[in-house]
Structures are given as structure tokens and as C-alpha cells.
Write a protein that binds this ligand. Structure first.
Ligand SMILES: [Zn+2]
Ligand SMILES: [Zn+2]
Length: 339
């Protein structure tokens, strides 16, 4: 949805605003699939019916932030939903050479532009009140930063539980965890929508030798229009869910899961052309006889998102160390109370 602004007229835009990223239904599904994947020993407070509903509801939160008129929020929120991998090469960068530090990465882009000012994407001030079009997304950074926040929250929860936290402190920690689990689920859902990993996010851009669609509503059709038409429920996918497992190479170099997330993003970017080919072969047309293949493709993407999200939650919980600073504060508090 993000950059539809560039391409379509206002009346179309207003309709398009009802459908962004996966639609709410798709994002809810991703969070529900992740919940479904959690093993029996995952903390029970996250699995009550109320907690499940809260986590599912929060899947839509970063899209709700888009509905504000405030450009300053748009500035930080909008690019967190995507990363157009195809633009990296123009900056002399690769998935391996980009920095996992968000501001350092912005510096890498600036350094390349200082040498060659016309590297795409180029910002058009008339169409970009949010000041974001010179970038091409921060999705992997957004996911990784949320992962580290979640790990921090599990750290202080474990410490409160083990070293005399009050019932209020433990409950607050648990509520923060549910919030972060839910919100980060949105971004992991975006990660497995292939059109959130490419400059061809909304119809094929530029050279088009294979004659792929340039339809300006292709993105919103994939985000939700098609699945809404053919019908899809999270429960249909539950039998396919495997148990969550630790994310390989998590926490190496204290850099969270940036590398594993980039690996997933690169794999999703490879699904872009197959998606355009499906469309070309009319497998995404929502007609009874042709719809099955498109539905299988897209529900597989939702499933990938849900599984990866469950793996990330599990890893954050399992690898969160105790919070040493909090531990000593709690020890001091105990001493003081004992006097
Ligand atoms: Zn989208
Ligand atoms: Zn999004």
C-alpha cells in the first residue's frame, strides 16, 4: 500500500487505504498461526483466550498508525513495513554488506549518494510530505529491534518472577510482552508478503520483457482482495502448523536476529517473479477453476510468516538472560524492607 500514493489518483487512493500490507485478516492470521505453533511449555499467560485475542488484534496496529495525518509519525512508520531489496545494488550494497544498525545503514546510503546523487529511488518533494521516498524501507531493522525489545521484556519478567517482583510488576511485564508480540507480528507478516520486498511492489516497474502486469491495484489485490474473494480462515491452516523452533544463529555478535531476518527476506524476494507468473497465468483471478493455485501460494506465505513469528517469540523467551541491573535493584529493595 505504502507507495500507491505515487501511482494512483485520489479516489482510488481512498479505496486503497482500506487495504494495506496483508489486510487485517491476513495479519491476524499470521499472529494466530504463530500462537498455534508455540510449544506446551511457553509461558501460559500468553495463551489465554484474552491474550490470544489481544495478540491477534495488535497484528493490525502498525497499519492503524498509518491512518494519522501526522507526517512525523508517517516518517518513522511507513518505511518500517517493507524493504525493496532490488534497490541495494544501485548503492553498491548487498544483503551481506548492509549494517544491522539502522542509522549506520542510512549513513551507508548517504555515502553512496554523496558520490552519485542520482541513485534510485529519488525523492519527489511534491509527493512526499513524510520525507521517506529517498529510502526504500527498514523492515528487517524494525523486526530485529522488536525482537530485542521482546527479549528485554522476557529478561525483566524472569527477574521479577525469581527475585521478589510484586504481582503488579509481574502483570505489567506480561502485558508489555503481549503488546510487543502482537505488534512485531505485523512486521513479520509483511516480511512474507513478497511485494513488500521489491520495487515491483505495485505492478512491474521499468523494463518489462516478460510483460508482467503493471496493474496499479495488484498490491492491494494480493494483500487481501483475492483471499477475501476466494475465502480463507486461519483455522484452515492450523493442521499445517509445525511446532516453533529456535531461530538459527540468533543473538550472534549481540546483533539479535538481523541476519536470519535478512535471509528470510532474500528468500521472499525470490517469490516475487513466481507471483507475477501466477498472475499472468490467471491463477489469481478468483474464478472457481483457477483460484486454487493462487490460494495455495498465498496461504503458504501466511504460514511462513506465522511459523517464523512463532520461532522468533520462542527464541526471545528462551534466550532472554536475567536482567542483572534489575536483580541488584530488587536485592537492595529487599534489604531496605528487611531493616
Ligand atoms: Zn502491502
Ligand atoms: Zn505493514
Amino acid at each position: 500500500m505504502k507507495k500507491l500514493l505515487r501511482l494512483i489518483s485520489l479516489p482510488l487512493l481512498l479505496t486503497a487505504f482500506t487495504a494495506s500490507a496483508w489486510d487485517y485478516a491476513g495479519h491476524r492470521t499470521v499472529n494466530q498461526l504463530a500462537l498455534q505453533s508455540l510449544p506446551a511449555d511457553f509461558p501460559a499467560f500468553a495463551k489465554t483466550p484474552a491474550a490470544r485475542e489481544r495478540i491477534a488484534f495488535l497484528a493490525g496496529e502498525p497499519d492503524r498508525w498509518r491512518n494519522t495525518q501526522d507526517h512525523t509519525l508517517g516518517h518513522v512508520n511507513e518505511p518500517d513495513h517493507f524493504f525493496d531489496l532490488d534497490y541495494l545494488a544501485g548503492f553498491g550494497l548487498t544483503a551481506e554488506t548492509i549494517s544491522p544498525f539502522r542509522y549506520e545503514f542510512i549513513g551507508q546510503l548517504a555515502a553512496a549518494r554523496a558520490k552519485k546523487p542520482d541513485i534510485e529511488p529519488i525523492r519527489d518533494p511534491a509527493k512526499d510530505a513524510n520525507f521517506v521516498r529517498q529510502f526504500f524501507g527498514f523492515l528487517p531493522w524494525a523486526i530485529n529491534e522488536h525482537y530485542s525489545k521482546l527479549k528485554s521484556e522476557f529478561s525483566y519478567l524472569k527477574t521479577f518472577e525469581a527475585h521478589g517482583g510484586t504481582a503488579d510488576e509481574i502483570r505489567s511485564a506480561q502485558e508489555n510482552i503481549l503488546y510487543t508480540m502482537g505488534v512485531m507480528g505485523h512486521y513479520v507478516g509483511d516480511l512474507t508478503q513478497p511485494l513488500h520486498t521489491t520495487k515491483h511492489f505495485n505492478g512491474w516497474l521499468g523494463d518489462n520483457p516478460k510483460d508482467y502486469t503493471t496493474w496499479p491495484r495488484f498490491h492491494s489485490w494480493i494483500d487481501g482482495g483475492y483471499l477475501d474473494k476466494v475465502g480463507m480462515k486461519a483455522e484452515e491452516l492450523y493442521p499445517k502448523v509445525r511446532r516453533a523452533k529456535p531461530v538459527a544463529d540468533a543473538n550472534s555478535g549481540n546483533l539479535g536476529i538481523f541476519k536470519p531476518v535478512m535471509n528470510v527476506l532474500v528468500a521472499q524476494n525470490r517469490m516475487v517473479e513466481p507471483l507475477y507468473i501466477l498472475n499472468q497465468r490467471h491463477k489469481l483471478s478468483a474464478e472457481e477453476d483457477t483460484a486454487r493455485e493462487g490460494k495455495a501460494f498465498l496461504t503458504e506465505q501466511l504460514l511462513k510468516g506465522g511459523q517464523f513469528l512463532g520461532d522468533i517469540w520462542l527464541t526471545a523467551w528462551q534466550t532472554a538472560p536475567e536482567d542483572k541491573f534489575l536483580q541488584s535493584s530488587l536485592a537492595k529493595r529487599k534489604l531496605k524492607a528487611g531493616k
